[in-house]
Design a protein around this ligand. Structure first.
Ligand code: PLP
Length: 387
């Protein structure tokens, strides 16, 4: 038999779920692993999907998604992107933001091209880059508030560098770039002729200040693919709707990749998404407020445990550093916490090697559940310190 030699061979399964598996079956288990809102999809959005089914809107759609949705997306996200992307040439509706990442890197990369990824990083980037034959270059951001600095970017660039992936707010750290920080990075990207993938899926869940898109920086519109999606902002993870905004030559290539990989996103989900972007402008507000309250609760509790934490400025995670005195790896900490306290977190090691020494706590849960989990964690940490 010939080798099974596709680019999948370079990948490992992302093992984020295994810590939740460790607490399965315990009635008092608290699972803070999942990157999924604990809110239901707003009812008016679900109703729109039901209407789509009743109206028989159940056929293939254009590869780039239905035009009214592309138009609505261009208008809705303009407040973040700062641009009116042309719905016919520069906007794609995708199968979740995951698919947008995938077709963007397929469009941009040739085999062996290097992609700079600030780390700790969301594991989806590495997977997509490797599947496109690219080579991820992780840059350690632990000592710079989990933000890529211009110096660190400049040091990571080689003649093979093609693309930089930026996320703001970021998963797993909640880090957010300011306009000045983005503009300093943008200058290097323009100078060194690099493309940027700007993952802005958590833009509506930024707690303070207004989100700034990398695409707004001087010289960046033509070299940036902006990604958005409804999974987080509208509690629609299972509907699988994301968006890509890209200059025409890149969008045209991405559309080909979409055609041959998925044909089109679900017609029913697209009608739900159209409702979200038309009448759901306020939907994310109560969610953001709940995550902000949970963030404040978690940061205070972690600080009083003596666990160092950078206060996240957006998204719904905190990413504390495990005290060295515990003498535990991230995996060992998460395994022991799951077994002894029935609290499941994600080990920082799931977010590249630069996540080692940290854990990710999801804030997408009720305040009571979070409070209880933090109390159990405090007792666990105190026991380990003594023992
Ligand atoms: N980008 C980031 C930073 C994420 O955290 C996630 C999901 O957790 C995604 C993209 C993928 O989102 P979607 O569910 O829309 O595919």
């Amino acid at each position: 038999m010939q080798d099974i030699s596709g680019y999948t061979r370079g990948l490992a399964f992302a093992s984020m779920r295994r810590f939740a598996d460790l607490v399965a079956g315990h009635p008092d288990a608290i699972i803070l692993t999942i990157g999924q809102p604990h809110f239901p999809t707003p009812a008016h959005i679900a109703e729109a999907a039901k209407r789509a089914i009743d109206d028989g809107f159940t056929s293939y759609t254009p590869n780039r998604g239905i035009r009214p949705l592309r138009e609505a997306a261009s208008a809705y996200y303009e407040r973040f992107t700062g641009h009116r992307y042309d719905p016919d040439r520069e906007v794609l509706v995708t199968v979740g933001t995951t698919h947008a990442i995938d077709i963007a890197v397929r469009a941009l990369l040739a085999p062996g091209d290097e992609v700079v990824i600030p780390a700790p990083a969301y594991p989806g980037y590495e997977g997509a880059v490797r599947l496109a034959g690219g080579h991820p270059v992780f840059v350690d951001t632990r000592s710079t508030g989990f933000l890529l600095t211009p110096d660190a970017l400049a040091r990571a660039i080689t003649p093979r560098t093609k693309l930089v992936i930026l996320a703001s707010p970021a998963n797993p750290t909640g880090a957010v770039y300011s306009e000045d920080e983005l503009s300093a990075l943008a200058r290097i990207c323009v100078e060194r002729d690099l493309y940027v993938l700007s993952d802005e899926i958590y833009a509506e869940l930024q707690f303070d200040g207004s989100p700034v898109s990398a695409s707004r920086m001087v010289g960046m519109r033509e070299r940036t693919v902006v990604l958005h999606g409804l999974s987080k902002s509208h509690a629609m993870t299972g509907w699988r709707i994301g968006f890509a905004f890209a200059p025409e030559p890149i969008a045209a290539e991405m559309a080909k990749a979409a055609q041959f990989s998925v044909s089109c996103p679900s017609s029913i989900s697209q009608m739900a998404a159209l409702e979200a972007l038309t009448n759901g402008h306020e939907d994310s507000q109560p969610m953001r407020e709940a995550y902000r309250a949970n963030r404040d609760l978690a940061v205070e509790a972690l600080q009083s445990m003596g666990v160092p934490v950078v206060k996240p400025a957006g998204a719904f995670y905190v990413f504390p550093e495990l005290p060295k005195a515990l003498g535990m790896t991230s995996d060992a900490f998460c395994e022991a916490l799951a077994r002894e306290a029935h609290v499941a977190l994600v080990s920082g090691s799931c977010f590249t090697r630069y996540g080692e020494g940290y854990v990710r706590v999801s804030l997408a849960c009720s305040e009571n559940a979070l409070q209880e989990a933090l109390e159990r964690m405090a007792r666990f940490v105190a026991r380990r310190r003594q023992g």
